[in-house]
Design a binder for this molecule. Structure first.
Ligand code: PGA
Length: 260
């Protein structure tokens, strides 16, 4: 695991966008895993700028979103379909045929989730998975207690997630209670993973993820078992990390290693 501590969200998302851009330039057919939420919103702004100012080409990029609310149609203002259009896809030259987002209105959840997994496999797996982290340590909507080998499926949202996401809806009651989400096993098969954390309300979850035991009660802690994970955090979210001097020292020699 590599940890890089940035001054603030702006510095963090600029660095991550730079890394994503470099990866796309190196492999124009890259398969990306994409998150939603406030943190990625800033990242997508940077990627849109890189597309507009430097011609970053998304025409062959393939994307799989991590999750979607169950019961929201794609056209709903708070669906992740709408979010992705508003923040990224509507502003870049992505081929819509290359975009995969779970269908929150699917009639057959089991089949739909199996097909989602099959599509990831058909494209050769996810090369670069981008993740946020929930206050409860979730990655995608893998809430505390999720199986660490889970695959794409329906999941009940945790009360703290409903509370956190209520800011996007008129009231807490309107937040869907379920989501379709990639599983932890699905996420762990990505070749490389970048997790972004910002703000003081993520400090406890990030501390447990990086320096706590691996447990399904903090889903992100399973990332300790992956050999190519980079955590980008701002200073506030890093507040509970105990080994900051080492992470900063190690960062200087990153270029010489392939596995972390
Ligand atoms: P946030 O969400 O970026 O809106 O804080 C992160 C997450 O829940 O994965």
């Amino acid at each position: 695991m590599r940890i890089t501590i940035c001054k603030d969200i702006r510095e963090m998302t600029k660095k991550v966008a730079g890394e994503v851009a470099e990866t796309i330039r190196g492999n124009p057919n890259i398969v990306l895993g994409l998150p939603t939420g406030s943190t990625p919103e800033e990242l997508y702004k940077e990627l849109v700028l890189l597309h507009k100012d430097q011609g970053l080409d998304f025409s062959r990029v393939i994307t799989f979103n991590l999750d979607e609310y169950y019961g929201l149609p794609a056209s709903h203002p708070q669906s992740y379909h709408t979010y992705m259009d508003q923040h990224l896809f509507g502003h870049i030259n992505i081929n819509r045929k290359n975009v995969y987002i779970p269908d929150g209105m699917t009639k057959d959840i089991g089949d739909h989730c199996r097909l989602y997994e099959a599509n990831i496999k058909r494209h050769g797996g996810i090369d670069l998975m981008l993740l946020g982290i929930g206050r409860d340590g979730h990655i995608a909507f893998n809430e505390p207690g999720s199986s660490l080998t889970s695959r794409t499926r329906i999941k009940t949202l945790a009360p703290e997630t409903i509370e956190d996401n209520a800011r996007f809806f008129k009231s807490k009651d309107e937040v869907p209670r379920y989501a379709l989400t990639m599983g932890i096993g699905t996420i762990m098969e990505a070749k490389k993973i970048i997790l972004m954390a910002n703000g003081k309300n993520k400090a406890e979850a990030l501390g447990l993820t990086v320096e706590g035991p691996i447990t399904h009660m903090v889903a992100a802690s399973i990332l300790q078992m992956h050999n190519r994970v980079i955590i980008y955090t701002d200073e506030e979210a890093a507040a509970q990390l105990k080994h900051i001097p080492y992470y900063k020292h190690e960062e200087k020699s990153w270029l010489t290693t392939v596995e972390y």
